[in-house]
Design a protein around this ligand. Sequence first.
Ligand code: IMP
Ligand code: MG
Length: 173
Amino acid sequence: MDKEKKEIYISYAKVQKRIKELADRINREYKGKSPIFIGVLNGAFMFLSDLIKELKIDCEIDFLKLSSYGNKKISSGRVTLLKSLNCDIEGRDIIVVEDIIDSGLSIKYIKNIIEENNPKSLRFASLLYKKDIAKLDFKIDYIGFKIANKFVIGYGLDYAQKYRNLKGIFVLK
Ligand code: IMP
Ligand code: MG
């Protein structure tokens, strides 16, 4: 596990505190509604799980899975769908939950898929957002942390499928 050097970037306590703040906002903004949270596998499973534990509104969950980076740290520039939705999102309030937005390619691809199915509303949550890279012509409504252009691991995020189990977020050197 320690062949690659890692350094703490955002502590588990900070992550939990921020998730509580985001959940409080969602509780207010979706009061009386019952949104479907769509997690993007694999990376977002931990964020989605901690986020919905803080919700007081009714909610449902489903998952999408996209092709990953493979064992590389840089996007191939191609996105393919490995698992599609298993629920009917027409006329529903949808919140897409991502672990991190890097180039923005994946989230753009997801936005197109969801919009084709006519949801009532669509918003985006991402625990992390690489502010120097992401080029989007739409807004990410719930951002945990805007971070520098560093490759990060832990709390669901992997490098070559490892490190997802780490509690905090670390920079891989
Ligand atoms: P994008 O399509 O370039 O925005 O990349 C999105 C996906 O790539 C994320 O959902 C992650 O799964 C993965 N990814 C991007 N940056 C990182 C990183 O720093 N660490 C781990 N995975 C990353
Ligand atoms: Mg991802």
